[in-house]
Design a protein around this ligand. Structure first.
Ligand code: SF4
Length: 254
């Protein structure tokens, strides 16, 4: 029986994508739900995962890295870089490689891309015509906001970081964030902000996440420790982090 693999990332979109996949294929296919544990996510993500297992009516398989203790900071320390045009080593080491070890030939992957992200799906399919994927949220025209509302209407409490105003439940201090996002993290999670800023400083200028947007130093990177005061934008758009998004991004940047 074909396996259909839903990657649950503790975000609203992946929760709804999983629920829709189970509704459509749960009786006819072997639908698997996988999740990667990351030490750096907010602890409330675990509560949300448990609530969703109840909503789905079945358990999920949790994958957990042991090489780096499932800790993005440890990945950065040992890899000596934080992100590049080819993606971030944290999602590669703590998600993608676990998926590669777990997946089987013939698996159909479920992408949790929302309607806003249909171009990403088009790009992926164009570059990977032989890789079967389904994208239930795009098929049904569902946006990120729709997914949040659907989760709440099902009686589930969204992960705490959504309630704080963040756009997703990524790691606290996700390296895909920008200035406004990191001002929010600095205010809300000073210890996690400092840990990331410290490892960035330890690795050196090549690891700096942020760049000046204007002025004489425009496009030059600067350290998180020097993040100036300014607008705090908790809901700054940043990509959700999943096994499959990373897979797609690898294709864009290969
Ligand atoms: S959420 Fe961000 S920091 Fe965490 S693994 Fe994904 S890309 Fe890395």
């Amino acid at each position: 029986m074909t396996r259909i693999v839903c990657q649950f990332s503790c975000g609203a979109a992946s929760a709804v994508a999983t629920k829709l996949t189970l509704a459509e294929f749960g009786a006819s296919h072997d639908v698997q739900i996988i999740n990667a544990f990351l030490k750096n996510e907010h602890p409330d993500n675990r509560r949300f995962a448990t609530d969703c297992e109840t909503w789905f009516g079945r358990p999920m398989t949790m994958l957990r890295d042991v090489k780096y203790g499932a800790d993005v900071i440890e990945v950065f320390r040992r890899k000596q870089f934080i992100k590049s045009r080819r993606g971030a080593p944290c999602s590669m080491e703590l998600k993608r490689k676990l998926l590669d070890a777990w997946k089987q030939p013939g698996d159909v992957m479920v992408f949790g891309y929302t309607a806003e992200e249909s171009d990403r799906l088009d790009d992926f399919r164009e570059r990977n015509p032989d890789r079967p994927v389904i994208a239930p949220l795009i098929d049904k025209g569902l946006t990120k906001e729709d997914c949040k509302a659907m989760v709440q209407r099902a009686g589930l409490k969204l992960p705490f970081m959504y309630e704080q105003g963040y756009e997703n439940a990524n790691c606290i201090g996700c390296v895909k964030g920008g200035e406004g996002y990191f001002r929010g993290i600095r205010e809300d999670y000073p210890a996690e902000f400092k840990e990331l800023a410290d490892i960035e400083a330890e690795i050196g200028p090549g690891a700096y996440i942020l760049r000046y947007r204007s002025g004489p130093l425009k496009d030059q990177r600067f350290p998180l420790h020097d993040l100036p005061a300014g607008p705090l934008i908790r809901n700054e758009a940043l990509p959700s982090c999943s096994f499959f998004c990373e897979m797609a991004e690898q294709e864009y940047t290969a």
